[in-house]
Design a protein around this ligand. Structure first.
Ligand SMILES: Nc1nc2c(c(=O)[nH]1)N[C@H]1C(S)=C(S)[C@@H](COP(=O)(O)OP(=O)(O)OC[C@H]3O[C@@H](n4cnc5c(=O)[nH]c(N)nc54)[C@H](O)[C@@H]3O)O[C@H]1N2
Ligand SMILES: Nc1nc2c(c(=O)[nH]1)N[C@H]1C(S)=C(S)[C@@H](COP(=O)(O)OP(=O)(O)OC[C@H]3O[C@@H](n4cnc5c(=O)[nH]c(N)nc54)[C@H](O)[C@@H]3O)O[C@H]1N2
Ligand SMILES: [Mo]
Length: 747
């Protein structure tokens, strides 16, 4: 079926590559000729497609196989597995699903299955899992993301939508032509711009930042790490205490108000509730003015620096960027609400190159000028089960069946979970306080994982179903977030007995007599053609003509033309707020939200506010440090941590941790030493790197090292042994990994 007269292609969240194959094996990936700034991450897969870390046959945990569901869950992660045939595996899974459905109901199955899986419109593991489960009565699901749950829940109350404004972020072209001052809370980390969910053709973030700089835009990098903005732009670097950005923003807002620098005509026309917010800001409500001196005490920046920045922001055409990391902290709703309020006070929202943007370079698609195309996806069907959790409440769910939780104005109960299924995510990567999660993980009767490599998720399952990587199947990279559509070629045969997720579910569907409902009579290739054809019809309504399937396969890729005009977020609302109101109750920007105020949450009242985080330098013991566990530059989360690109950065096997030389000297620690990072929740090992480009009192260790527990200590350096597991607030219940205090000693 595949054309042989062109080089093979593959696409991934980190880029598109040409695939070289010899004797049925992948020998190398070559950078895609269209990509001006290709990512090295992709090359990490070549060496690990086969070998000891690859899962090649269905596997069942020994005690579970011998004793059945519910046997010795506490041995998960430690016990050996027994290889079985697909026939046996399918029957075990089918029988267990039937038992759980009949005895407890479908809500006893938790298949939120959060995670990034691989690029490809059809073989999207989570869609395959959900469609299959929806064919047999559904499951308890999850809402929101680990990326930005707090923003995802609060911003729709303020602006009507969050994701909509991610997709329509003001483009880099507009910033280069119309912005003067770019103030980046959390920086513009190019390491993160390597990624775009669903596939990336050409990386644009570096060029976007450079062009803005060349056009004279000045950058302010507000972050504990200098490296969060590329060196070439010579950004001004301000390093407040982590998790205090809301206080800093309030101090900036107070300065604007005190000096009469706010754009009152904008506030009057486009916002609601500014008056009630000013009662808090100027201290009328509680006797404390949130002025620059007040903010300076909290975030440990000089008050003059805060006042000066506020004045420059008011005196320039200013863009504010708020990084997604600011949501992954305690009360992570507040920096977004305060940031929007600050931008509203500057009055430039909806104008070219200015206003606010959420997370420039958090991914390649933020600020990437492109059409928003509504491509078809593999239909998931309807989930009849209404039970859900906010995604980061998974340990609470397993620990506390029947327990109550608050979420976005309502109260719900956790169902009693008997069976957990993951396909395309790694909770032993993404979740916080892994030692606590591991205890809760011992409770369900059965845990099933579709995985391709022996990471901690696979090791902690009862039934492991070996899946393929994208190089072993064909697919289409087709994402509304990227202009490139790429034929993902099958480069090699599946390794061992691995099956793609679709085929895995076909097998189980057959064993449960729902095969026809699951497949609708289409083969995998027919489904891909269906996705292509439906997409083609849909986008033709917007004047975009896609080639037919065969010519697409022949050419291998295409680029959807770029829109003529650069995107400007909220331009329509700015032009005519009556004709184009926001989807909020008032139709305006809600600086005070009656809806949120009505929820009566102490930890998220009706306007932006500073609330002390659970853990931060302001409450630290003298030898505690604030740990930032940010995204790794050499991989995506835990994916390909076992490959050579990731390994090259840690020759001694453990993840590096960066510390200021003065903090190291105080502890008598030195460069290159293996250290133990620890707190009351656990510990991990790391290799010390000293560097003065990190704020004093802060350490940085990337996420992604595979969890490898020795007691409460991860030997590889997974920081989620240390991070707290608590909701950001009763509103969003988002994860708060970035609000974390630790100590560091020699190992
Ligand atoms: N401390 C700390 N923790 C964090 C964060 C942080 O900043 N700090 N960030 C959080 C964020 S933003 C996120 S999004 C999460 C990410 O967390 P995840 O998305 O869960 O992490 P990944 O490692 O990408 O997990 C994807 C898994 O899918 C598997 N996989 C790949 N392709 C396929 C496939 O085709 N089929 C199947 N069945 N499996 C496949 C991979 O092997 C891998 O195990 O982590 C969160 N955790
Ligand atoms: N290479 C690579 N790129 C990725 C990913 C990956 O795993 N690898 N993951 C992708 C995913 S799923 C997501 S959600 C995005 C996430 O994108 P982000 O949320 O932006 O990711 P982080 O790297 O956690 O944070 C960015 C920077 O914020 C700074 N920061 C942390 N806490 C604070 C704070 O309290 N105040 C201030 N001012 N700054 C702070 C840190 O120094 C950090 O480097 O990245 C995406 N891009
Ligand atoms: Mo994320």
């Amino acid at each position: 079926m595949k054309p042989t007269d062109r080089d093979l292609l593959t696409s991934s969240h980190w880029g598109t590559y040409r695939v070289e194959v010899a004797d049925g094996r992948v020998t190398a990936l070559r950078d895609f000729e269209e990509d001006p700034d290709p990512s090295p991450i992709g090359h990490g897969i070549v060496d690990v497609l086969e070998g000891p870390t690859r899962i090649t046959t269905p596997m069942v945990r020994k005690s579970w196989l011998e004793g059945g569901p519910g046997t010795a869950g506490e041995k998960r992660g430690e016990e050996d597995f027994v290889a079985v045939t697909w026939e046996v595996a399918n029957k075990l899974v089918a029988d267990e699903l039937n038992r759980v459905r009949q005895d407890f109901g479908n809500q006893a199955i938790y298949a939120g299955s959060y995670g990034w899986a691989s690029a490809g419109r059809f073989h999207h593991a989570q869609s395959q899992l959900k469609r299959f489960l929806n064919c047999i009565g559904g499951c308890t699901s999850s809402k929101n993301t680990y990326s930005f749950a707090a923003a995802e829940v609060v911003v729709p109350h303020i602006l009507g939508t969050f994701r909509g404004f991610l997709d329509t972020a003001t483009s880099w072209e507009s910033i280069a032509s119309d912005c003067e001052l770019f103030v980046a809370f959390g920086g513009v980390p190019l390491k993160n711009g390597q990624i775009s969910q669903g596939g990336t053709g050409a990386h644009v973030q570096r060029a976007g930042v450079s062009a803005a700089r060349d056009a004279g835009v000045r950058f302010v990098n507000i972050s504990p790490l200098r490296s969060d903005l590329m060196e070439e732009v010579e950004a001004e670097w301000l390093a407040p205490r982590p998790s205090t950005d809301a206080a800093l923003m309030l101090g900036l807002a107070h300065t604007l108000l005190a000096e009469g620098l706010q754009e009152q005509t904008f506030l009057d026309r486009y916002t609601t509730g500014f008056d009630r917010f000013t009662r808090y800001l100027n201290g009328a409500a509680d006797g404390i003015a949130k002025n620059a001196a007040w903010a300076a005490d909290i975030c440990a920046l000089p008050a003059d620096t805060i006042r000066d920045l506020a004045r420059r922001m008011a005196g320039s055409r200013t863009m504010i960027s708020v990084a997604w990391s600011l949501t992954r902290q305690d009360h992570g709703e507040q920096p977004f609400w305060a940031g929007i309020t600050l931008a509203a006070m500057l009055g430039q929202m909806g104008l070219p190159g200015t206003g606010i943007g959420f997370g420039y370079s958090a991914m390649n698609n933020i600020g990437l000028n492109r059409h928003q195309l509504d491509f078809a996806s593999f239909p998931q069907g309807e989930n009849p089960v209404k039970d859900f959790i906010p995604v980061a409440r998974v340990t609470d769910l397993l620990e506390n069946p029947g327990g109550q939780f608050d979420y976005d104005g309502q109260s719900y109960a956790y169902p009693d979970i008997r069976l957990v299924w993951w396909a395309g995510g790694n909770p032993f990567h993404h979740h916080q306080d892994l030692n606590r999660m591991r205890l809760a993980w011992a409770k369900p009767d059965t845990i099933i994982a579709n995985e391709w490599c022996w990471n901690a998720l696979a090791k902690h399952a009862d039934i492991v179903l070996p899946c393929t990587t994208p190089l072993e199947r064909s697919d289409i990279a087709m994402s509304p977030k990227d202009p490139y559509l790429v034929a993902m070629d099958q480069a090699i045969k599946p390794i061992g007995q691995a099956r793609d997720d679709h085929q895995i579910f076909r097998g189980i569907a057959t064993a449960m007599a729902v095969h026809d409902a699951f497949t609708e009579g289409r083969s995998a290739e027919e489904w891909q053609r269906w996705i292509w054809d439906v997409s083609r019809q849909r986008v033709s309504q917007f004047g975009i003509e896609l080639p037919n399937w065969d010519s697409f396969q022949k050419d291998g890729w295409l680029k959807v033309p770029t829109p003529d005009k650069p995107e400007i977020m909220m331009a329509d609302f700015r032009k005519d707020p009556d004709a184009n109101p926001l989807a909020t109750p008032s139709g305006k920007i809600e600086i005070f939200s009656d809806t949120i105020s009505g929820f009566d949450y102490d930890d998220c009242p009706g306007h932006p506010i500073w609330l002390e985080p659970l853990e931060w330098l302001g409450s630290a013991e003298p030898d505690q440090l604030h740990m930032i566990s940010n995204q790794p530059r050499n991989k995506l989360h835990s994916q390909l941590d076992h490959g050579p690109v990731s390994r090259a950065d840690r020759p001694r096997g453990v993840e590096p941790v960066t510390m200021h030389p003065e903090d190291a000297a105080k502890r008598d620690l030195h460069e290159g030493q293996i250290v133990r990072i620890h707190n009351k929740r656990g510990a991990c090992l790391a290799e010390l790197r000293t560097n003065a480009d990190i704020r004093l009192g802060v350490i940085q260790i990337a996420t992604g090292a595979w969890f490898d527990p020795d007691g409460d200590t991860c030997r590889n350096g997974n920081p989620n042994t240390l991070t707290p597991d608590k909701g950001s607030s009763s509103l969003a219940q988002g994860p708060i990994a970035h609000s974390c205090l630790v100590k560091v000693s020699s190992a």
